[in-house]
Design a protein around this ligand. Structure first.
Ligand SMILES: Nc1ncnc2c1ncn2[C@@H]1O[C@H](COP(=O)(O)OP(=O)(O)OP(=O)(O)O)[C@@H](O)[C@H]1O
Length: 261
């Protein structure tokens, strides 16, 4: 097995001073892993995903490809002067790290405009563009329209009509918005790890099965950057269908259940 993609070392999170939600969460995510996170409502699953994406303050260390994102972000000369061995991966910053280890919310909350506007805005962020080989304005536009076509195609396979990309977020159903958010994350194709927060919670069983199968195949595919998933679900059946590793949150701890693997 190669180097882990992501490593959590002693992650501890306090939601308010002195009130620890969970402590000392440690595990490594390897290529091909679909890590299922389960536990009672309020146990801290979403908060752990947000810690992993550096969206919530925490203690402990998170390594991406063997380094903290901050260390990836230090420039080459600084790292050399510190006697730091150089990673074969390009330097990145925290915003770029968040595109490689991408948090996908259950549903978009209060987003303005349409999904199409959203996809174009996200694609144009510098952190996302760092992943593309942009040579000139024409190739940038080509890349954007490729991403958009891919997103429409992926969502189309899950029964989302192309016209919905032009509709305001506030006028989409929960299930439509959920599939569009997921299709956006997949079509951007920047992430090696997707942090999925109950990705099918608003879907009917048939749509849910299509999304599950697509995500499993995307991790196996060598054509895309995606290499692993962290997947929160409240469904035992879904956990068994998709998971390759299983973690449970209970009493402020997050432990792997190796009997299910
Ligand atoms: N910013 C915050 N300030 C205070 N408490 C918070 C904050 N964010 C989350 N919490 C609390 O932390 C606990 C864990 O929340 P979290 O969303 O991580 O749970 P969860 O396990 O994902 O729950 P669910 O299964 O219901 O989605 C909850 O009690 C929540 O109210």
């Amino acid at each position: 097995m190669g180097e882990p993609i992501l490593e959590l070392h002693g992650i501890t999170c306090e939601v308010s001073p002195g009130q620890c939600l969970f402590e000392d969460v440690s595990f490594a995510v390897n290529e091909g892993d679909i890590v299922v996170l389960q536990g009672k409502s309020g146990s801290g699953k979403t908060t752990l995903l947000k810690c992993m994406a550096f969206l919530v303050l925490h203690k402990g260390k998170i390594l991406y490809r063997g380094r903290t994102p901050q260390a990836h972000g230090r420039d080459k000369s600084t790292r050399e002067s510190e006697g730091d061995g150089l990673s074969p991966f390009p330097t990145i910053s925290i915003p770029t790290f968040r595109t490689r280890v991408l948090y996908v919310p259950q549903r978009p909350s209060l987003l303005p405009g349409t999904p199409r506007d959203f996809l174009y805005s996200v694609s144009q962020l510098k952190s996302h563009q760092a992943s593309y080989t942009v040579i000139d304005e024409d190739s940038e536009n080509d890349e954007l329209s490729d991403v958009f076509e891919r997103a429409i195609e992926v969502a189309g396979k899950w029964g989302v009509h192309a016209i919905l990309w032009e509709r305001e977020w506030s006028n989409l159903s929960g299930g439509e918005a959920q599939r569009i958010v997921l299709a956006t994350a997949l079509s951007l194709d920047t992430a090696e790890v997707l942090l999925l927060d109950e990705p099918t919670s608003a879907l009917d069983p048939q749509s849910s099965a299509m999304v599950e199968e697509f995500l499993i195949q995307s991790v196996k595919s060598k054509e895309r950057n995606l290499k692993a998933l962290i997947w929160i679900t409240h469904s035992e059946e879904q956990a068994k269908r998709v998971g390759t590793r299983f973690f449970n949150f209970s009493n402020g701890r997050c432990e792997e259940d190796i009997s299910l693997a």
